[in-house]
Design a protein around this ligand. Structure first.
Ligand code: GLV
Ligand code: MN
Length: 194
């Protein structure tokens, strides 16, 4: 989804003061093998939270060597019954491979059709760009997924956080009307994301 590069590489200078669609390049003479290496997906994430979920992101912000290359990857760790809650990526299609465990992955199309599969180790599923999707560990042990994106910075819109924990908050009258519930329901959900 990202634009094509105009040179072999353009390791991001994340501290540059100019801003553009991506990042300016650090000087070629200063680029080393380390710029093309990223160790951030090697460690197990801490899933000790209400979602039983952890994500490590290998995007241009954590791995500047990806700048202009149009790809990135995440590692997702899920405890048993852990969830990567419904979210979408505005700038990328996502492919998912299960590395460990048994995971239900699903997305909903713009026609409101739910597509899903239970994946075991080595199996792959694809989430079309922009569609809301989730992953849920249906196995009895920890699960690990690797996800790959055709963007250096796919972005993530997390539905629950977007609607119930924006800054400043979306007014309750919008949310009560949208979900056809009373204020107490909205307040209860908002309090859990505060
Ligand atoms: C999984 O859905 C991810 O965005 O890494
Ligand atoms: Mn995703």
């Amino acid at each position: 989804a990202d634009p094509d590069p105009l040179q072999d590489f353009c390791v991001a200078d994340l501290n540059a003061t100019v801003s553009l669609n991506g990042f300016p390049c650090k000087p070629v003479a200063e680029v080393t093998s380390d710029d093309f290496f990223f160790d951030g997906l090697s460690k197990e994430g801490n899933t000790d939270n209400p979602f039983g979920f952890a994500v490590a992101q290998g995007n241009v912000l954590s791995f500047p060597g990806l700048n202009t290359l149009g790809i990135s990857m995440n590692r997702v760790d899920l405890a048993p019954r852990g969830i990567n809650a419904p979210h979408s990526h505005p700038r990328a299609t996502e492919s998912i491979v299960v590395i460990k465990g048994k995971v239900l992955v699903g997305f909903v199309s713009t026609s409101n059709v739910y597509f899903y599969k239970v994946l075991t180790v080595g199996q792959m599923f694809v989430i079309p760009r922009g569609l809301i999707h989730f992953q849920y560990n249906v196995g009895h042990s920890k699960a690990i997924l690797l996800t790959a994106f055709n963007s250096q910075l796919p972005g993530a819109v997390i539905v629950s956080r977007t609607l119930f924990a924006s800054n400043p908050p979306i007014p309750n009258q919008i949310l009560t009307k949208t979900f056809r519930v009373d204020d107490d329901v909205i307040n209860s959900i908002k309090s859990k994301f505060a």
